[in-house]
Write a new protein. Structure first.
Length: 251
């Protein structure tokens, strides 16, 4: 088994699951919006508002500013700040009159959003406004660069290698932990969605408490999965990289 296979499986294990709980936002608008959305889904409302402020600062046109305002209205609604939420919805729908809610919300928030839309449409019918600024042309987007040919690894020469047991055991344990952590993470998101649909505060609080506990357990399991995958790679380097001598049979 080649080292590249171990590292590849480790990255496949870690990247998708871990990305649900931790994102390193970049300087561009889309990265900030993605970070704000994930923070909202994880009930970290204050961090979501901070990321929305950062996204608004780098928004390039009215359409992007409208997206920021609509998501801000959803976060404020979940925080119980209804008047601020309505004002944010009005700002967003004034820029994007045909926008839809980007995430699943409670029926009450959906009714508020549609009521604001009707009011904005009446105002726009009386005082038409120009459409939001056009986005940046596709020509300005930098294409992805192909990897340098000099960095492509050459085919390994045929040689007999021992298969270390410990790296494989760690990798297997990481796969199991990662799978369990992903399942618990999905359960946490289901609890969050159930909380948003509850009309009673006590039921909503119970679902949110359950979601937080599940999210914590999922983070612990995924952290253990990452540690196991890293341990598999390290032990492979230490124990499995030296080939054993090839046995030749004399004619």
């Amino acid at each position: 088994m080649d080292l590249r296979i171990v590292l590849g499986v480790s990255l496949m294990l870690v990247s998708p699951a871990w990305g649900q709980f931790a994102v390193s936002p970049g300087p561009d608008f889309q990265a900030r919006m993605s970070s704000a959305s994930r923070a909202y889904e994880d009930l970290d409302y204050e961090h979501s508002l901070e990321q929305l402020d950062a996204a608004k600062a780098v928004a390039r046109d009215g359409g992007e500013r409208g997206r920021v305002a609509i998501l801000r209205g959803i976060v404020l609604a979940d925080l119980g700040r209804r008047q601020e939420s309505l004002a944010a919805f009005k700002e967003g729908l004034s820029l994007l009159p045909d926008a839809s809610l980007p995430v699943k919300v409670s029926p009450k928030v959906s009714r508020d959003f549609e009521e604001v839309r009707r009011n904005v449409q009446r105002e726009l019918a009386r005082n038409p406004r120009p459409p939001p600024d056009a986005p940046v042309a596709l020509a300005d987007v930098q294409p992805e660069t192909a990897p340098s040919p000099g960095l492509v690894p050459a085919p390994a020469r045929e040689e007999v290698r021992r298969t270390p047991v410990l790296p494989l055991a760690l990798l297997g344990g990481g796969v199991v932990l990662g799978g369990i952590g992903s399942y618990v993470g999905l359960q946490s998101r289901s609890s969050v969605n159930a909380a948003r649909e509850d009309d009673f505060y006590s039921d909503r609080t119970a679902h949110l408490d359950s979601a937080r506990g599940q999210a914590l357990a999922a983070n612990i399991l995924l952290g253990a999965a990452v540690t196991a995958a890293a341990g598999a790679a390290i032990t492979w380097l230490l124990t499995g990289d030296s080939p054993s001598p090839r046995t030749e049979v004399s004619p």
